[in-house]
Design a protein around this ligand. Structure first.
Ligand SMILES: [Zn+2]
Ligand SMILES: [Zn+2]
Ligand SMILES: [Zn+2]
Length: 331
């Protein structure tokens, strides 16, 4: 039986990460990707077929501005077929080439950004002022007074921290960027909880650690584990290394927030805001740990619904339930 392929007649051997880095580690080749991306960016579809408009060889060479045919051919041939596809009419990016171009665009800003500022909300932990900052692709909300939610696992005062592409700030103010960051974070967590890497579709390995002698006093993190939360989970992609280390409560609330938001298309992703998500984490989550085998049970109240989740020592979801809150049921 014949195989259906997007690009028939093409022999593609797999490229190792080292080979991919070596192929792309050249200015001329990255410039070829840039020019082809610009040319293709006007097309609406991320078309998998060769039936999209291409850039003719001579036009591409003029744009790259290299007179030496041999040199130009050499670099172009290195990019094909993995990142660039040759057709009868010229050249275009492959799906992998487009993904490289999109990654470069995502991490590029529009120059200087004056983004950091104090928020109207106060710290859900201590009531002090909170500020939002953006630095090195990280969007962060931090309390100006207390140690924050993460103890020694994040910079002092951190209440919310998420990786956020610079390009996503150019059309959003601080509040919108935070809501978007929270939503992306909840979706990242959902992917991880289902064992899938959002970056590369790889498989996730997870482990849970419990602080057996956990003590939090006077609002200070535990002396033994250095954080306010006794149960932490590490989730990491086996392939690309995308990873999160968070208290299990954050994984559970992230999953529930994403479930709620995607299950209710009429909800605005601007709700809940970061401070509401922290309130939810602080006041509406109950955690229970049992050993042999390790089970972490969480109960989370969101509006009129109670979510219950039981996780094992590898963050597998052993049980997931949603029920109306008994005290809000109207008979
Ligand atoms: Zn605080
Ligand atoms: Zn502890
Ligand atoms: Zn990955």
């Amino acid at each position: 039986m014949g195989q259906t392929r997007f690009t028939p007649d093409l022999e593609l051997n797999e490229l190792s990460p080292d080979e991919a880095f070596a192929t792309l580690g050249n200015e001329i080749r990255l410039d070829i990707i840039r020019v082809l991306w610009r040319a293709g960016a006007t097309y609406e579809y991320d078309d998998g077929s060769d039936a999209v408009e291409t850039v003719p060889y001579s036009e591409l060479q003029t744009e790259i501005d290299i007179d030496d045919n041999g040199k130009f051919n050499y670099h172009l041939s290195k990019l094909a077929p993995h990142f660039v596809r040759r057709t009868d009419d010229g050249y275009r990016l492959s799906s992998a080439g487009k993904q490289i171009a999109r990654t470069v665009i995502a991490v590029s800003g529009t120059g200087r950004l004056d983004f950091s500022r104090e928020l109207d909300e106060s710290c859900p932990l201590c009531g002090a002022a909170v500020a939002v900052t953006y630095e090195d692709q990280w969007l962060r909300v931090r309390c100006t007074e207390c140690y924050g939610l993460f103890g020694d696992q994040a910079p002092a005062g951190t209440l919310f921290l998420t990786n956020y592409p610079a390009a996503g700030l150019t059309t959003r103010d601080s509040e919108q960027a935070l809501a978007t960051g929270l939503y992306r974070c909840a979706l990242d967590i959902t992917y991880l909880m289902y064992g899938i890497c959002r970056e590369c579709a790889g498989q996730i390995s997870s482990s849970v650690t419990v602080c057996d002698v956990h003590k939090v006093k006077n609002g200070q993190p535990c002396d033994t584990c250095g954080t306010p939360f006794p149960v932490w989970a590490d989730m990491k992609c086996d392939t690309c290394g995308f990873a999160k280390r968070l208290p299990v409560e954050m994984f559970a609330t992230g999953l529930v927030l994403a479930t709620e938001l995607t299950g209710n298309p009429e909800l605005d992703i601007d709700s809940p805001a970061v401070d509401e998500a922290i309130e939810l984490l602080q006041n509406s989550v109950e955690t229970d740990v049992s050993t042999k085998p390790l089970r972490v049970s969480l109960s989370i109240e969101v509006d009129t619904t109670v979510f219950t989740l039981t996780l094992d020592d590898e963050m597998n979801i052993v049980e997931f339930d949603r029920e109306p809150r008994t005290d809000t049921v109207v008979s």
